[in-house]
Write a protein that binds this ligand. Structure first.
Ligand code: NDP
Length: 285
């Protein structure tokens, strides 16, 4: 069983469940509910918040910015992401400044390349270092980079400072366990698991209804979604970032930090959803 914290860049420890924000900020009528959900999550210890300039075209960052008003900014480990086509030179500086404005903060704790694009990894690392020197970000990382991309990144000058790789990971999609996850664990690079609930099962038919998942959920007197989160964070160095736009869901997700799956339960889940025994391309949404 993994301990329930992940450590970024050997410096900052965070609980192994945080909060995602994709699809927040798209509907003004839901804004207060989303703000309330994020604040409830912070209160319950889900202090890592993940957002991106992409989400609702900056709207999700604005929701997060509002949620952090009233003295909450310093309680949070704030993560945002830059589009690949903004991830170099002056464009990256401008994109980061725009994110900071929407988030109503001076500095990001972690800034990620959202996925690989036309800028070379060397150019992106260089501009990330500039942003650190300017005090706009504290550290940087990447998202959606497969094993071979990570090998390339680590060889770029300064590339070994990468503080995370954020990738798709849930019980129904275990490809990273073949190579990427063990390598990140060995390098002490935390993996941020996105879509840990497979988007409430939408990415994998039958995941939440699976009999093994249901049986284990019943034994713990929790929901199937909570078992999916407990499974993700049972892996060392992995933080799950479920998105929840209701306080009830946030409460459930926070409670999942306290669920420990037994080795028998992990075997049941392995049998129902085996990890691939060969290399598969990185799953993305
Ligand atoms: P998730 O797997 O987190 O699923 C979100 C869905 O699950 C929502 O419909 C939500 O409903 C529902 N949900 C949340 N909690 C519960 C619960 N306890 N019980 C039942 N349903 C629940 O998918 P996401 O795509 O949102 O991924 C998580 C985060 O990862 C994103 O929000 C984003 O921050 C990040 N991400 C990053 C990507 C990248 O390329 N780097 C790609 C995709 C995601 P409701 O909102 O009604 O609470």
């Amino acid at each position: 069983m993994a301990d329930n914290n992940v450590v970024f860049a050997g410096q900052v420890s965070q609980p192994a469940i945080g909060q995602g924000t994709w699809y927040m900020g798209e509907n003004a009528r839901l804004r207060q509910k989303e703000v309330d959900a994020l604040r409830a999550g912070i209160d319950l210890g889900l202090t890592l918040i993940d957002t991106a300039e992409m989400y609702a075209d900056g709207g999700a960052e604005e929701v997060v910015g509002e949620a952090l008003q009233g003295g909450l900014r310093d309680k949070v480990f704030l993560v945002s992401k830059v589009y690949p086509w903004n991830a170099g030179g002056k464009k990256a500086i401008a994109a980061c400044e725009a994110s900071l404005r929407r988030l109503k903060t001076e500095v990001l704790d972690l800034y990620l390349l959202h996925w690989r694009g036309n800028y070379s990894l060397a150019e992106t690392v260089e501009v990330m270092e500039t942003l650190i020197a300017q005090g706009k970000i504290r550290r940087w990382g990447v998202s959606n980079l497969d094993y071979s991309d990570m090998q390339e990144l680590i060889r770029v000058r300064g590339g070994d400072a990468c503080a995370t790789n954020q990738v798709l990971y849930h019980l129904g999609s275990r490809g990273i366990e073949y190579d990427l996850l063990p390598w990140c664990q060995q390098q002490a690079i935390p993996v941020m698991a996105y879509c840990p609930l497979a988007q409430a099962g939408r990415l994998r038919d039958g995941l939440l209804e699976n009999s093994a998942v249901r049986e284990i959920a019943a034994a713990h007197n929790v929901s199937a979604a909570q078992i999916l989160l407990a499974w993700v964070i049972s892996h060392q160095g992995v933080i799950a970032i479920p998105k929840a736009s209701s306080v009830a869901h946030v409460q459930e997700n926070a409670e999942a930090l306290n669920i420990t799956l037994s080795s028998e339960e992990l075997v049941l889940l392995d049998n129902a959803f085996p990890a691939p025994g060969r290399k598969t391309p990185l799953d993305v949404v």
